[in-house]
Design a protein around this ligand. Structure first.
Ligand SMILES: O=P(O)(O)O[C@@H]1[C@H](O)[C@H](O)[C@@H](OP(=O)(O)O)[C@H](OP(=O)(O)O)[C@H]1O
Length: 745
């Protein structure tokens, strides 16, 4: 093809997948037979073993952890692979646009035993302008058939890949039994010819995985002419830079030639013999002084200068130059060009465990102005030992598990079980749980609610702080008016489990239990009125039974049968009723009663005294007893005037007769307690000269003791009701007082 024709040629040499050809149509019947042997299907259907690293890397379903496993597997490849030698026959032949005219067996079947692989490269397969313009040539199947026929007769081979760019073609055959271990087959082409892009020069390349080794094979035809050695160097670099194989996992970057374990490079590299006259060269050849000649070989010189094929090895050349002959003969070029003989056709390799068994030219072939060259390489391939692989895999998984576990926050707790002894009403008890970070990473903890529970602990318990990093946590138990009723009645026990949750870590369970000493505080009036002994002398089961019976009688409206009159009976000093009355034994002469706080310690003594019936008179100051009275009323589960009566009370607060009527229909024990309270308030007013209480102070006091009516009403009702409550109490107190006055008391 003339250079003028090429100038207008389309760029058919791009770096495109479409440029590859694996032909199977429009060929001679015999060629069809060859096609039937083409074993691409074997490759496509082959199921690479699990240890195949590329396959593993390519599997998109792998997550982060799996990627880590894959990386570790790659790093530890030596632990589960062994090296097994396979023979690779590499051939290169510039056929000068000729048709196959003779058997290729002298070249391809020149080994004593059949090689495992054939990688056969051609250059100048077709020099026609059609081939150049359209990248299409009838010579492709012809040469493919010639190759197929020329392969070693003692083995059956499968064609794995054919890739061609204009006249540069590479055929990859493999012994059929190895096909199943080939995967990740890719091919690329790159033109470096006219305008640095056209396919008259350039390279075709394939890559594949065989067992656990990845292999890249390049067939290149570099720039011609003696003086163009630097251009050839540049072609080499361009090929290395521009050939990029796509990976199955598209998230991975494309693979360059040099990224492979093994790189095999063959072709018409076109490096010439320089600085010697043609006759001198021929003379040296005649004397078989290849050593002298080789010192003038441009490729050797360029490689020595490390400007090209860095890291590659070429075996010793002990055959005469393969270029340039008169076609059909072994005569040196007798044309007017009279080219200086050169080792244009070369085979090099890069990688470990590679040994060259032969490197030779094949002079008997006379089709072209070049002689074909072959190299038989014994290449150590990494093959997986299934047992070792399994072991390595398991070790890696264990190691990663350990690493993951180390990253899981972890703490140790000073104790997991806490028992609070003899918890009493309004008595604070605390114990400390120390949380120590014994993990490898900082951690955050938080107590979290158990399933279907709104808060992380029962209302009588708090953990402080409930969140943090590393700390002593106070577990505090405190039973107040809202939690006492259910504990007194045995409906609830001091039993809870705290779930200490570590962010990104596990949960720790802390058991909190205790025994609660039942108290008058937080018990219902109806239950208290049935108790014949101090509450703490009663077995819990009996109290529970009494509560149940109270509920039952309440529901059947006959509770008064059981509570009626008890409160005013002469009390045995140890009864609970006595306890209630005791609360009303405050000295009415005490100044600022209800206006000064009591002492916490005295309250506890008063509480114990009431709950155990241990003393006839209450200990502590009047102020402490007054406060105990308020706390007692405040803790009643159902106020003295029960909730159910509340709407009527608010209605009738300005009508004294209706107020009296309501009081008359209260359950008997509530009525009695109410009357006791009112009598007590009257008593206080009678001694107002001493205690300085008057009706308005008592009215204000009712704000504090509005619990008589409203202790558990919602806030809005409370605010609306306070004023009414006050009026009701004042009214009632007044009315009782005025009655008393009328009665001359
Ligand atoms: O692939 P292309 O671009 O056609 O390159 C030609 C090819 O390399 C021929 O082998 C070469 O002939 P020789 O082997 O005789 O050197 C010719 O040189 P030429 O142009 O000097 O004939 C080159 O132009």
């Amino acid at each position: 093809m003339k250079k003028s024709e090429r100038a207008h040629a389309a760029d058919n040499s791009g770096h495109k997948k479409e440029d590859e050809r694996t032909r199977g149509d429009g060929v001679h019947e015999s060629q069809e037979r060859v096609k039937s042997e083409v074993r691409d299907d074997l490759i496509r259907n082959s199921q690479p073993i699990l240890a195949n690293k590329s396959q593993m890397l390519g599997m998109p379903q792998f997550g982060l952890r799996d990627n880590l496993i894959k990386c570790e597997l790659l790093k530890n490849e030596d632990a589960y692979t062994y090296i097994k030698n396979y023979s690779f026959f590499l051939g290169t032949y510039n056929v000068n646009g000729q048709n196959p005219k003779e058997s290729l067996s002298p070249w391809l079947a020149s080994t004593a035993t059949p090689p495992d692989f054939y990688l056969v490269g051609f250059q100048e397969l077709d020099l026609s302008k059609e081939a150049f313009l359209f990248n299409d040539t009838p010579k492709e199947p012809e040469w493919m058939l010639a190759v197929y026929k020329g392969l070693h007769p003692d083995a059956k081979y499968a064609l794995v890949k054919l890739v061609r760019l204009v006249g540069i073609m590479l055929l990859f055959y493999v012994k059929a039994e190895h096909a199943a271990h080939i995967s990740e087959m890719e091919a690329e082409t790159v033109g470096t010819g006219v305008m640095g892009r056209m396919g008259n020069k350039g390279a075709v390349a394939i890559r594949f995985q065989f067992h656990n080794s990845d292999i890249c094979v390049v067939n290149s035809h570099l720039a011609a002419h003696t003086e163009e050695f630097e251009r050839r160097n540049q072609d080499f670099k361009d090929i290395c830079r521009r050939i990029q194989f796509r990976q199955d996992d598209l998230t991975l970057p494309p693979l360059a030639i040099m990224k492979h374990n093994v790189v095999l490079w063959l072709g018409d590299l076109n490096y010439r013999i320089s600085d010697l006259e043609v006759d001198h060269v021929k003379d040296l050849i005649a004397k078989k002084d290849f050593e002298t000649l080789y010192n003038h070989d441009q490729l050797k010189r360029q490689m020595d200068e490390e400007v090209v094929f860095v890291g590659f090895t070429e075996g010793e050349i002990d055959f005469q130059p393969t270029y340039k002959y008169d076609t059909g003969s072994d005569q040196w070029d007798t044309s007017e060009k009279c080219r200086v003989p050169a080792w244009c056709d070369r085979i090099l390799w890069r990688g470990k465990n590679i040994k060259q068994l032969h490197y030779q030219s094949h002079m008997t072939l006379k089709t072209s102005d070049h002689k074909p060259v072959s190299s038989l390489l014994e290449i150590g391939i990494k093959v997986v030992n299934e047992e070792s692989y399994k072991r390595t895999f398991e070790e890696i998984v264990r190691h990663i598990d350990r690493m993951e576990n180390d990253c899981i926050p972890s703490v140790s707790l000073s104790e997991r079980e806490f028992f609070f002894q003899d918890v009493k009403f309004m008595q604070h008890q605390a114990k400390t749980v120390s949380v120590y970070n014994d993990g490898q990473v900082p951690c955050q903890f938080e107590f979290i609610p158990k399933l279907d529970e709104p808060t992380y602990c029962k209302p009588w318990l708090t953990a402080n702080p409930a969140k943090g990093t590393s700390v002593d946590i106070d577990l505090e138990v405190f039973v107040n008016r809202s939690t006492a009723p259910e504990l007194n009645s045995g409906q609830q026990q001091l039993e809870d489990i705290l779930v200490l949750h570590l962010e990104r870590g596990k949960d720790y369970f802390i058991s909190v239990t205790g025994n609660y000493l039942p108290s008058c505080f937080g018990s219902s009036l109806s239950t208290l009125c049935l108790l014949r002994e101090p509450i703490q002398d009663m077995p819990l089961e009996t109290i529970r039974e009494l509560v149940r019976s109270c509920h039952f009688y309440k529901s059947t409206a006959i509770s008064d049968r059981f509570t009626d009159s008890y409160i005013f009976e002469p009390f045995h000093p140890r009864t609970v009723k006595a306890a209630i009355v005791k609360l009303l034994t405050i000295s009415v002469l005490q100044e600022e009663l209800f206006q000064q706080p009591g002492l916490r310690g005295e309250f506890e003594e008063i509480r114990d005294c009431l709950d155990t019936g241990s003393l006839d008179t209450l200990p502590g100051s009047n102020h402490s007893v007054a406060e105990a009275l308020l706390l007692f009323l405040d803790a009643l589960p159902d106020p003295v005037i029960p909730f159910s009566f509340y709407p009527q009370c608010l209605d009738c607060c300005s009508d004294s007769s209706r107020c009296r009527q309501i009081i008359s229909v209260l359950p008997q024990c509530h009525k009695n307690v109410f009357n006791y309270l009112i009598a007590f308030l009257q008593e206080l007013l009678k001694h107002s000269a001493h205690n300085r209480l008057d009706v308005s102070i008592l009215g204000r006091l009712t704000i504090h003791i509005h619990c008589l009516f409203l202790c558990t009403l919602s806030a809005d009702l409370e605010s609306a009701g306070q004023f009414q409550t006050q009026r009701f109490i004042l009214h009632k107190t007044h009315s009782v007082l005025s009655e008393d006055e009328q009665n001359g008391k």
